[in-house]
Design a protein around this ligand. Structure first.
Ligand code: CP
Length: 321
């Protein structure tokens, strides 16, 4: 693997998932693989799980990691080609990225979208400039449109549940929109849809109020059902997530609290397992009764972030250069 920006960088999804599960069973089996290697974890936006799980994953492989909170500690970066830098930005990405490329063997970046300029966000302008100028493998820790490390952990969790239960081999997986108090990126939903479609071993349904259609380049292949109850019927896994509108870019079109998953709605499902990438706004996106009840696998899902990141770093260490 030369980089990890989306599922398109993965040649064999099931093999990568199996590798993550093997690391879960034996976290230190490749503890010398990353000896003498260093990963830089750059954050232009906040994180808890992604930051710590990737750091632990690197440590399990014997790699050193350096965290740099660009948003709080670094010089403000300029990404516009030809910019006359007489404003608030101090250093151009064309100057900063090649230097980081000398300090590290792998560079991992978190950068959220503006939610104001769709064309710029969907061009992945920021992470692609790191790819262009750093000269070393780049890993997405969530970019403007995708969150592939999250989606890999989601799939690892689904496959782990399938292996540990009597669930049928081709599960019904439902991605449902949930309410929120502010507009959020489409990244997690886009990415989950892209991975589920690429995996192809589930009956995959997306449900949301009208107007929340995702970019079809990610959702094509899923069944789109606007009636949440109809979508939830017989579901084995329900993935809950808010996102803002893609077409009316960044807009919050609905505040309909009836979209929040409750115990009553769970009765429609096939005793579904409930997933969420976290952090979650309790009793807005998901009710206490779901998060604290037997349906929720969100903690297991977040735990699997370590082994998913470890599988990706391991592939890059072996084949990235
Ligand atoms: N799910 C996720 O990416 O969590 P963090 O924002 O805490 O990294």
């Amino acid at each position: 693997m030369k980089q990890f920006l989306s599922v398109k960088d993965v040649s064999n999804i099931n093999a990568l998932v199996d590798k993550a599960l093997a690391y879960k069973a034996s976290p230190f089996m490749d503890k010398h693989l990353g000896g003498g290697k260093r990963i830089g974890l750059l954050f232009l936006n906040p994180s808890m799980r992604t930051r710590i799980s990737t750091q632990v994953a690197a440590q399990n492989l014997g790699m050193e990691s350096v965290i740099f909170n660009v948003d709080k500690e670094g010089w403000a970066l300029e990404f516009t080609e030809g910019a006359i830098m007489n404003g608030t930005t101090v250093e151009h990405i064309k100057d900063a990225a090649p230097i980081l490329g000398q300090y590290f063997d792998i560079l991992a970046i978190r950068t959220f979208p503006s939610l104001k300029n769709k064309e710029e966000d969907y061009s992945e302008n920021i992470i692609m400039q790191f790819v262009q100028h750093a000269g070393i493998p780049v890993v997405s820790l969530e970019s403007a449109t995708l969150h592939p490390l999250q989606s890999l952990a989601d799939l690892v969790t689904i496959k782990e549940e399938l292996q540990q239960s009597t669930l049928k081999n081709r599960p019904k997986v439902v991605l449902t929109w949930a309410p929120h108090i502010k507009p959020l990126p489409q990244c997690v939903a886009n990415s989950f849809a892209e991975w589920m479609n690429a995996w192809g071993e589930a009956d995959f349904v997306i449900t949301h109020p009208k107007g929340y259609e995702l970019d079809s380049k990610f959702s094509n292949g899923a069944s789109i059902i606007y009636d949440q109850d109809e979508a939830l019927a017989g579901a084995d896994f329900v993935y809950v997530k808010n996102w803002s509108a893609f077409h009316d870019y960044g807009a919050m079109l609905s505040h309909d609290n009836s979209w929040m998953l409750t115990e009553e709605k769970m009765k429609i499902t096939n005793k579904a397992k409930v997933m969420h990438c976290l952090p979650v706004r309790r009793n807005i996106e998901l009710s206490d009764e779901i998060l604290d009840g037997p349906y929720s696998i969100v903690t297991k899902e977040a735990g699997n972030r370590v082994y998913s990141a470890q599988a990706v770093l391991s592939e890059i260490l072996k084949f990235g250069n």
